[in-house]
Design a protein around this ligand. Sequence first.
Ligand code: LLP
Length: 418
Amino acid sequence: MHSTIHRDNGQLLMEKVCLQSIADKFGTPCYVYSKTALELNYKAYANALKSHPHLVCYAVKSNSNIAVLQSLAKLGSGFDIVSIGELERVLIAGGNPSKIVFSGLGKTADEMSRALDVGIHCFNVESESELSLLNRIAEQKGLKAPVSIRVNPDVNAKTHPYISTGLKEDKFGIDINRAIDVYRDAASMSHIDIVGLDCHIGSQITEKSPFVDTMKRLLVLADTLNEQGITLNHLDIGGGLGVRYQNEEIQSVDQYMRAILPLLEGRSETLIVEPGRSMTANAGVLLTEVVYLKVTEHKNFAVVDAAMNDMLRPSLYQAWMDVQNVGTHVNQQEKIYDVVGPVCESGDFLAKSRQLTVNEGDCLCLFSAGAYGFVMSSNYNSRPRVAEIMVNGDSAFVIRQRETLAELIKGEHLLPEQ
Ligand code: LLP
C-alpha cells in the first residue's frame, strides 16, 4: 500500500510533482494518481505470491480509468470485472482476456455472451439460475463456459456493514454448505467447465484471521469436491485487504500472504486474489479548492469546490479520510473546520472537525482517494464530473478530461412543441 506523497519545503508533492502546480494547471476539483504507487502496489502482490502459482486480478471497480488499467496490464495484471462496461475498459486498456474473472450476482445474457466471445478466464457464478443461463448461452455458441462458484463462507470480515459480504444474510454467493450440490449440477451441464472456487468476504478488512478462516473453509470444500471427482484449477480468495486511512493497524500484503500461503503448501491450485482498494486507495488524492470560509457561532466551515457527488465515501460510509492543505501558512492560527461541499444536503461533507490552517483560495488534498472515489461519482446537482490526472516521475498527464456543461446534458431531449 504505497503512497508517493510527501511534504517538501511546506509543499505537498506526489512523486516529483507539486500538487499545487497540478491544481493551478488543471483546475480543481481533480483526482490525481501516482503511476509509481500503483506499480509498487501491484508488485507487492506479485512478489508476495511468487512462491506459488498465482494470478492477481485487480478489482476494476475500485478505479476503472483506462490509464490505470493500462498501467497494470503492462505489468501482467489480470482483472476482476463486474460488468460489460468494465470488460470493454480492460480490453481497450490492453488487458489480457484470459486473465479476466467476471464477478457479480446479476450478469445479463448480453454480458455473458460478450465475455464468452472474448475468452475470459472464468465466470464467478453466484446462483443456480445464473449457472443455467450461462450453460444455455455457451450452448448456443458451441462453447464451454469456464466457471468458478462463488461461495459464501459465513465469515465475519469485521468491517462496515455496507462493505461486508461474507455473512449468511448477505446477498452474495452460494451458502458454502450447499455448494457441493451446485457443483454437482454444474458438472452435469454439458456447456459448463468447472475451473475453480471463489469467494469475497468484504472490504477494508484489517485483520488476517477472516482471510485465514475463509481459506481453511475453501480448502475443506475443495478436498470434498476432489473426493467426488470434481477437481479445481484455482482458488480465488477475493479482495478486501484494508488500507490505512487514519491510524488503522494494517497488514502488509506480505504479512497477509504469509498467513495464507502456508495453507496451500503442497497444493497445485493457482491462488487468485482480487485486490482493489489496496492497489489504488493510497495511490490517489482528490484536490479541492476552498471557495469560502464560513464561520458560525457553532462551527467553522471550509466550503470547498468538491462535494459528495465527487467523493461519496464520507457521506455513505462515514469514512474518515485525511485532509491537508497542499501548502502551509506560517504564523497563522489553526482552527477546527468541517470541510463541506456545495451540494444541498447536510450529508454533503468530505471531513468533519479537522484542524486546518487555511485561507480562501487554498487547495486542500483529500488523501487515500484513489479507490472508490471517481468511480462512485455522479452528476448530482448537475455538477460535471471532475478531471483525472496521472503523475509519473516529474510529469503529469490528463487521463480524463473534466466534463463540460454540454456533455452534462448530452443525450437529453426537450419534448416536441405541442
Ligand atoms: N472482488 C469482489 C467480488 C468485490 O465485490 C470487491 C469489492 C473486490 C473484489 C475488491 O475489494 P477491495 O480489495 O477493494 O476491498 N465502495 C466501498 C467498497 C465496496 C467494495 C465492493 N466490492 C468503499 O468505498 O469502501
